[in-house]
Design a protein around this ligand. Structure first.
Ligand code: PLP
Length: 389
């Protein structure tokens, strides 16, 4: 048996007729940029998340950049984030001229640790008379918190929001892996991307909501931020050839992508449900094996399993063995960002962020996608337990 790491063919087979019809319609009209399909998708995605606005753009990386600009993060300022994430989180920070400050993750949930954030703010920063927070090591202002809802599990937002509030920090969420995940705040389940001022999403094909190519979006409740992001993504134009902002790019998302995303958005809850079912099958088969650390789902948080992560001994050997058995496995991510060559100028060294380092060294991503079958999960679990030392 072969079990690919991700297989999107079933997902597309399921809605193929609808996709074909909408592609045909768009080609018949031959309008490929802007138009009602973009507006409809933005309205539907905002409604799905529970925000007033959504701005569709070219990628999740662009979404993060727009989000940082929308809260006013600028040159020379610092943004607190985690090193255990995809590099785009940090690229967005440096792309606006700001500097990342890495705090360690919680070793059980793999998400930003509120305790480590508190330690950094209380121990390594001072609060000026005007309320500004300054990093004592770099003398730079610390202005924002950027948690990543990694793997589809929401970060622990209640204490993070309390810290942001106490220190006057903006909150930008990287929700690129967590479309439809939710977290209980004050007794109400809220979807990821809606806790801070802005939330960024990616529609890369393999994400829980994926385009037929690249795509992204930012959600927000504030009209002013929504309007500015719309300007920036479209050459700073307020109307055709009237440019009111020197900051401007072409970050628009195609009509076709928006039309397909609208079709898939209708299935997102169902497909997330299938991912959760597959996760449950994994759990039933692996939970009694004490060589394997399974993902946690703390109460009050709904995991949407963008990825199903296990921690195992002898990770490389196990991975090789599973590959030989025809099973696709991934590493998300094998090198903690603070130890990447790209960021060596930041001055971190091995041992500085021990939870992120330990997790990066022992994780393995098992096959996970909505149409994974119980038979396939069975085969993966059987092969995994046989491959473990
Ligand atoms: C995918 C991803 C991004 C970037 O999204 P793109 O659409 O690939 O630019 C950012 N952050 C995280 C955590 C991601 O998984």
């Amino acid at each position: 048996m072969k079990v690919p790491f991700v297989d999107l063919t079933e997902q597309h087979r399921e809605i193929r007729d609808e996709i074909d019809a909408v592609i045909r319609e768009i080609i018949d009209q031959s309008r490929f940029v802007g138009g009602p399909h973009v507006e409809t998708f933005e309205r539907d995605f905002a409604a799905y998340c529970g925000t007033r606005y959504a701005v569709a753009c070219k990628s999740g990386t662009d979404a993060l950049k727009l989000a940082l600009m929308a809260v006013g993060v600028g040159r020379g300022e610092e943004v607190i984030t985690v090193p255990h994430t995809f590099i785009a989180t940090v690229e967005a920070i440096t792309s606006v001229g700001a500097h990342p400050v890495f705090v360690d993750i919680d070793k059980a949930t793999y998400q930003m640790s509120p305790d480590r954030v508190a330690e950094f703010l209380e121990g390594e920063c001072r609060v000026e008379k005007d309320g500004r927070v300054v990093n004592k090591n770099s003398e730079r202002p610390v202005v924002a918190l950027l948690p990543v809802h990694l793997y589809g599990l929401p970060s622990d937002m209640q204490p993070l929001l309390a810290l942001a509030d106490r220190f006057g920090l903006k909150v930008i969420e990287d929700a690129a892996q967590a479309h439809g995940a939710s977290y209980q705040l004050d007794g109400e389940a809220k979807r990821t991307g809606t806790f801070g001022q802005v939330g960024a999403f990616s529609f890369y094909p393999g994400k829980n909501l994926g385009a037929l190519g690249e795509g992204g979006a930012v959600v927000t409740d504030e009209e002013d931020r929504d309007q500015r992001m719309r300007l920036w993504r479209d050459h700073g134009q307020s109307e055709k050839y009237v440019h009111v902002s020197a900051d401007g790019w072409n970050m628009r998302l195609d009509t076709l992508q928006c039309a397909v995303l609208s079709l898939k958005l209708k299935r997102l809850d169902e497909w997330n449900g299938k991912r959760r079912q597959a996760a449950q099958w994994y759990r039933e088969r692996l939970q009694n094996d004490d060589r394997i650390v399974l993902p946690v789902e703390p109460s009050g948080r709904k995991h949407v399993y963008h990825l199903f992560i296990v921690r195992v001994p002898n990770r490389h050997q196990v991975r090789e063995e599973l590959s030989k058995q025809g099973i696709g496995v991934g590493l998300h991510y094998p090198i903690s960002l603070h130890l990447q060559k790209a960021y060596q100028h930041l001055g971190y060294k091995p041992g500085d962020l021990p939870a992120s380092e330990a997790v990066a060294e022992s994780i393995l991503s098992l096959p996970m996608f909505p149409h994974l079958t119980e038979e396939q999960v069975d085969y993966v679990c059987h092969s995994l337990t046989a491959a473990l030392p």
